[in-house]
Design a protein around this ligand. Structure first.
Ligand SMILES: [Zn+2]
Length: 412
């Protein structure tokens, strides 16, 4: 059947009768994301809430104030998913979430226009399309698209939008000779009973079950976002239509304003300033490395010159780099000391690097206990442990463990 939403895509309110209401646990799929659901499936005589199909996501809305979270086409019926039951035989006032619906209409009609231009003027066929929560894309039967072609396609789409070409719907029977002229792009099987042809002036005709704008001017504009490689030999072309262009432009402006405050200079200089910051950071890091190397040498000398020579070294420096730790280990190699070194990961303060090294008897006695306390990942190899610590919270316990172990040895 042709639903009311397909007859008049601009109807925002409508009354109909409940003919079925059954409990359900079928999940809700929101822009490809599956969400568990428990509620009711309500069937009405007719509906202005579009059931997902033809690449267009389902509408949401209200039935007498009861929230509709999903509408699916099942055979010739549209099934409304509600949290509350509705009485069979009662009349309900339907209300569609118009902001969401009009957004879908803009993206969907925009896709028809974009696919038509790509196919008719640039010989690139659309093999599938996706209407996402933030971005949409067409999958094209081509390995790549140049920036120049993208610019030309975008310009052609926007030129046709400026011409304010009417978008009309023809409803035909399967036997109608008109059907052969139209494309079958992206048409699901359950939409076949009545054929709807969406016409953009006399520029494009397309079989489709979706809801569409009535004039290209309602699309406002199309913005192509760029390409990504798709499946074998295919290309994904991302796009935005209408209000989404304004929304994304505002988000970009806000981000740019934020950067202007952070960088204390105008947007045209952001690039240059970030490059300068990156360069400065590189120099600062190099200097830090040099200072840490020198510090490691000092630490090694200090330990070597301690009298009596310590049996063990515990070193936990948050900022220590792997190079620093290696310099310490190297400097003290051959001193017959038990060494336990730990440092933090730069972005994950709880996690870190650990090195345990020294005489085998001490490593055997302490190694497993230390790695267990620090949730260490790695293995002892030739009396040496080098690996990751999952939780540095146990570091003071490790210190205590090592101190007590060597105190015990002294007392023997
Ligand atoms: Zn369509």
């Amino acid at each position: 059947m042709v639903f009311k939403c397909q007859e008049d895509s601009f109807l925002k309110k409508f009354s109909s009768t409940v003919i079925k209401c059954e409990p359900t646990t079928e999940p809700v799929v929101e822009y490809g994301k599956t969400i568990p659901f428990q509620g009711y499936q309500v069937t009405l005589e007719n509906t202005i809430l579009f059931p997902a199909g033809g690449g267009q996501p389902h509408d949401i809305g209200r039935l007498n104030g009861t929230e509709v979270v999903q509408v699916l086409r099942k055979g010739s019926e549209a099934v409304h998913f509600t949290k509350e039951p509705l009485e069979v035989g009662s009349t309900v006032e339907q209300e569609v979430d118009w902001e969401r619906r009009f957004d879908h209409m803009q993206q969907h009609s925009g896709q028809h226009l974009l696919s038509a231009i790509l196919e008719k003027e640039f010989q690139m066929a659309t093999t599938s399309w996706w209407l996402g929560c933030d971005e949409s894309y067409v999958e094209l039967d081509t390995a790549t698209i140049s920036n120049d072609v993208m610019k030309s396609v975008e310009k052609r789409c926007n030129d046709l939008i400026k011409e304010a070409i009417p978008v009309t719907v023809k409803i035909c029977k399967v036997s109608d000779p008109d059907v052969n002229e139209a494309h079958t792009r992206g048409l699901p099987k359950d939409c076949m009973e009545t054929i709807r042809i969406i016409c953009i002036g006399n520029f494009d005709e397309n079989l489709c079950c979706g809801t569409h704008v009535t004039n290209l001017s309602q699309l406002q504009m199309i913005k192509l976002l760029g390409v990504e490689p798709g499946k074998k030999g295919k290309t994904i072309l991302k796009f935005l239509v209408g209000d989404r262009v304004i929304k994304v432009f505002q988000q970009m402006l806000d981000r740019e304003k934020g950067l202007t405050v952070l960088l204390k200079n105008e947007p045209s200089r952001h690039d240059e300033l970030i490059q300068k910051l990156q360069k400065n950071l590189k120099v600062a890091n190099k200097n830090l490395q040099n200072v840490l190397q020198e510090l490691a040498q000092c630490e090694v000398e200090k330990i070597k010159n301690t009298n009596p020579k310590p049996k063990y070294v515990i070193m936990f420096k948050k900022e220590a780099t792997p190079e620093f730790n290696r310099a310490i280990i190297k400097g003290l190699e051959g001193e017959n000391m038990f060494m336990f070194l730990a440092s933090e990961e730069p972005d994950k303060p709880k996690e870190g690097q650990i090195i345990i090294q020294g005489p085998e008897e001490h490593c055997n006695a302490l190694g497993d206990k230390i790695t267990e306390l620090l949730k260490g990942k790695g293995a002892f190899k030739n009396g040496k442990f080098q690996g990751k610590a999952g939780d540095l919270g146990g570091i003071s316990k490790c210190k205590k463990l090592i101190e007590e172990y060597f105190d015990g040895l002294d007392k023997k």
